[in-house]
Design a protein around this ligand. Sequence first.
Ligand code: NI
Length: 177
Amino acid sequence: MAGKDAEVAVQPLRIYPDEILRQVCEPVARVDDSVQQLLDDLGESMYAHQGVGLAAPQIGVSRRAVVVDVAPRDEESQLIELVNPRVVEFSEETIDFEEGCLSLPDEAEMVTRPGRVVVEALDRRGKPFTVEAEGLLAVALQHEIDHLDGRLFIDYLSRLKRSLIDRRLRKRQAQAG
Ligand code: NI
């Protein structure tokens, strides 16, 4: 684990079909230095790869932590760091949004999700907080929290679309590896 003086670093991304992306991540028992380091790495990596969110398994750490920032690039950042996040309320009305994922490069598909959510989590000091979100933020939070349960946006697609993307990405990784 990283020590107190460890440098924040952009981490290499885990790419589908890397099996860590399908694991259920471990809850964080105590928000200590290693968790703060993880949040720093997640934030740095999200911005470097120009994502609107990133979950710990995407940088190879199977623990329940995510970051999101849905602010437009030319506006002030709105970084939210969440440890052990949990969706405690879903709206009945839904939103359709074209989703992508840094772990599934160059793939994007429409996904339907609840349009509003309430999320409970711990902050980087271990203090509980609540986020009420709608629109893009609600989508990003659900997408990232799904990662902690090994769930990916392609799981919401038809079997046919999912298998096409699966084949494309396996081929791409085979060529890369
Ligand atoms: Ni993702």
